[in-house]
Design a protein around this ligand. Structure first.
Ligand SMILES: Cc1cc2nc3c(=O)[nH]c(=O)nc-3n(C[C@H](O)[C@H](O)[C@H](O)COP(=O)(O)OP(=O)(O)OC[C@H]3O[C@@H](n4cnc5c(N)ncnc54)[C@H](O)[C@@H]3O)c2cc1C
Length: 405
């Protein structure tokens, strides 16, 4: 039997790695160390149905506690790894004890960027959303009629804004860049999502940054924006991206960039240490990227399991992502980085659209807005390495099935 595997982090990637190893009938001892107090759970509902109060926490858990016991996975919660000693092949826990490993997996995720104290980032009522505790605090703040300022027009900020509007709050969202979703989506996608939010009553201010937050008795009460506007606010959600949790890797001398550098086999610069999920910087299309998605956390962790179980098979990311806002489902297949052409296609139903991305003439991704057919067709094309028939795409009455013909 292979030696002990210690997994640091008890999130999506950690669970997927342990579950896949067991599915592969790999019986090595596994210890998962997680800093949160709760069983491993999925995060996406934290800014969607859980935040809306429509989903209980037990539905977020991947498996009940018994699963870990039955599968001989030693789950250590409410504790964390402080340091890796690569020579001794041990990790030092926060209480000073040590765990020995033969293989180590870093699945430490990422931490939301925060605002500096100098601009009021340390005031009460200035919140981020990454874990259950964050979401629970937010739920207490989300009372009808209160004034919410969302800083950042990425997916998490937009999802939180949608929840808040549905719960009857007054919502202003500011985005420093020229437009919302600037980093991740086309102008067409951004424009459709902007319209959706504005029609639901969210005030969106693009090209507008935050100058400072102002507090009253230590709690945020107003915001001064870069255009000089003063806004009264009851609380603030900061959604300005995340920073990979790579401190352990950096301190132990592993190669890092904007995340823990891994090869196609999920190995770090130490072959006995793998990394996966949001913390990992992986090779894709000749570049090193981090993919912050459930798809990547699951697939990269499963790829690591296959390698750990003895088969040197490279991880070939097939990115997909989704975001729920109001009754709108945005589904994304592919990776649009470096795109130089887009094609907007209205769907068959009102309010459905798809945006097709090309790089140097090659189809690379599709954003499908309430358009499951477009998503499925785009994903199939990407999975099979085929190019869409441009004439079919341009003919808005043509059935997308023809794309696959
Ligand atoms: C609010 C929200 C909404 C999202 N919505 C979507 C979505 O709609 N679609 C989608 O595809 N993706 C979504 N994501 C992203 C997705 O959830 C992440 O990509 C995924 O959770 C990454 O998994 P991970 O295991 O790498 O990290 P995580 O799930 O973050 O798990 C890492 C865990 O490691 C712990 N940890 C870190 N350091 C240590 C240490 N030293 N010792 C012990 N434990 C440690 C952390 O506390 C954390 O619990 C969302 C994320 C958030 C926060």
């Amino acid at each position: 039997m292979a030696g002990t595997l210690v997994i640091v982090g008890a999130g999506q990637a950690a669970f997927s790695l342990a579950a896949k190893l067991r599915a592969l009938k790999d019986e090595r001892p596994i210890t998962i160390v997680g800093s949160e107090a709760v069983l491993p759970y999925q995060r996406p509902p934290l800014s969607k149905k859980y935040l809306m109060g429509e989903m209980s926490f037990d539905r977020l858990e991947f498996r009940p506690a018994e699963w870990f016991a039955e599968n001989n996975v030693d789950l250590r919660l409410s504790t964390w790894v402080e340091e890796i000693d690569r020579n001794a092949k041990t990790v030092r826990m926060q209480d000073g004890s040590r765990l020995s490993y033969d293989k180590l997996a870093l699945a430490t995720g990422a931490t939301p960027r925060t605002l500096p104290a100098g601009v009021g980032g340390d005031l009460d009522g200035v919140l981020t959303v990454r874990d259950k505790r964050d979401a629970d605090r937010l739920m207490e703040e989300m009372q009808p009629g209160r004034k919410l300022l969302v800083i950042g027009g990425g997916y998490i900020g937009l999802e939180a804004a949608a929840v808040a509007r549905q719960l009857g709050l007054e919502v202003t969202l500011i985005e420093m860049a020229d437009r919302i979703l600037q980093r991740v989506a086309s102008a067409e996608t951004a424009s459709i999502m902007r319209d959706i939010h504005q029609s639901r009553g969210v005030t969106i201010r693009e090209k507008t940054g935050l100058t400072r937050l102002i507090g009253t008795d230590g709690r945020v009460s107003a915001a001064e924006l870069s255009d000089g506007t003063m806004l009264e606010v009851d609380f603030v959600i900061v959604g300005i991206g995340v920073i990979p949790n790579d401190r352990l890797a950096r301190d132990s001398g592993l190669d890092i960039g904007n995340g823990i550098l891994v090869d196609a086999f999920t190995r770090t610069s130490d072959p006995d240490i793998h990394a996966m999920g949001d913390c990992a910087l992986l090779p894709l299309n000749g570049q090193n990227v981090r993919l912050e998605s459930v798809q990547n956390a699951v697939d990269q962790a499963e790829a690591a399991a296959v390698v750990l179980a003895g088969e040197d098979k490279p991880y070939q990311p097939k990115p997909w992502f989704w975001s729920d806002q109001y009754d709108v489902k945005l589904q994304i297949a592919g990776f649009n980085m470096g795109f130089d052409e887009t094609l907007l296609r209205p769907g068959q139903r009102e309010g459905s659209h798809s945006i097709w991305y090309f790089r140097q003439g090659q189809f690379v991704a599709v954003d499908a807005i309430n358009d499951a057919k477009a998503y499925v067709s785009g994903k199939k094309l990407l999975d099979t390495g085929k190019q869409p028939n441009r004439a079919v795409l341009a003919d808005h009455s043509a059935d997308l099935k023809l794309l696959l013909a």
